[in-house]
Write a protein that binds this ligand. Structure first.
Ligand code: PEP
Length: 253
């Protein structure tokens, strides 16, 4: 086990109301008990836009940061019914925003559009959780690495502050399915992502790269042998304090 900072990031998706604050309180209480250990962990919960301001004002936790799940690419106000931009998220108190999630890519987010969103969110000094990953068909056809390369090159620019970008490798076929990649494959993929970054962006800062896709309390220990994994993006299991806490606890067992 390394001493590097590990990220446990929850993606609540379309889940939660004001009453769900109790889930965050329970996670907070767990963190209080962990205190010293927590210096090695960063816990971020990306919640629906409707809850960001409420959670931020109610929850005074130095252990947990609140993030958003998407934003519009337009910097200023505009005629975009139902949308919020990065500055509105920032105003509500978000510190992070997930961009490029496969569920949004399926709804029309292209690499180019994601690049505009990243740019806009970075302008607002938000931290980005940038999702990349191949579909089942792309994996079957041996295209995983080339897809990741095109997603990275299509949305990331050299001039970005890489300290503000977390890459989340999320194989689309693994999200919500209970399937996870083979550990040897995952090791290779993580090495590839990190070396692609170094090669293309000539950055001395290695990006933080986390894994997402069906992570739970039972399988999380399998990932601990891969030192390149800097943490996890957790969907379904982050909607329950018990399941989320189990992941953190069992990772260190
Ligand atoms: C996600 O939606 O980012 C995700 C990883 O989902 P799950 O953990 O439910 O597979």
């Amino acid at each position: 086990m390394t001493n590097k900072l590990k990220y446990f990031i929850g993606n609540w998706k379309m889940f939660g109301d004001f009453g769900s604050l109790k889930i965050i309180y329970q996670i907070h209480r767990f963190c209080v008990g962990l205190k010293r250990r927590l210096k090695k962990n960063k816990i971020i919960l990306c919640v629906p836009t409707t809850l960001i301001y409420y959670f931020n004002t109610k929850l005074k936790s130095k252990f947990i940061s609140i993030g958003a799940q998407n934003c519009h690419s337009h910097d200023t106000y505009g005629p975009f019914t139902g949308s919020v931009n990065a500055s509105m998220l920032k105003n509500a108190g978000a510190k992070y925003v997930i961009l490029g999630h496969s569920e949004n890519r399926t709804e029309g987010d292209t690499n180019r559009l994601i690049k505009k969103k990243i740019e806009s969110a970075l302008n607002q000094k938000l931290n980005i959780i940038f999702c990349i990953g191949e579909t089942f068909e792309e994996k079957r056809d041996g295209k995983t690495l080339s897809i990741l390369k095109s997603q990275i090159k299509g949305s990331i620019k050299k001039k970005y502050d890489f300290k503000k970008i977390i890459i989340a490798y999320e194989p689309v076929w693994s999200i919500g399915t209970g399937k996870i990649p083979k550990i040897q494959e995952l090791k290779k993929t993580f090495k590839y992502i990190k070396s692609e970054f170094k090669k293309n962006f000539k950055t001395s800062t290695f990006p933080v790269v986390i894994y997402g896709g069906s992570v739970n309390g039972k399988n999380v220990h399998k990932f601990s042998s891969i030192s390149e994994i800097d943490g996890f993006l957790i969907g379904g299991a982050s909607q329950s304090s018990k399941k989320f806490i189990d992941i953190i606890r069992n990772y260190y067992k």
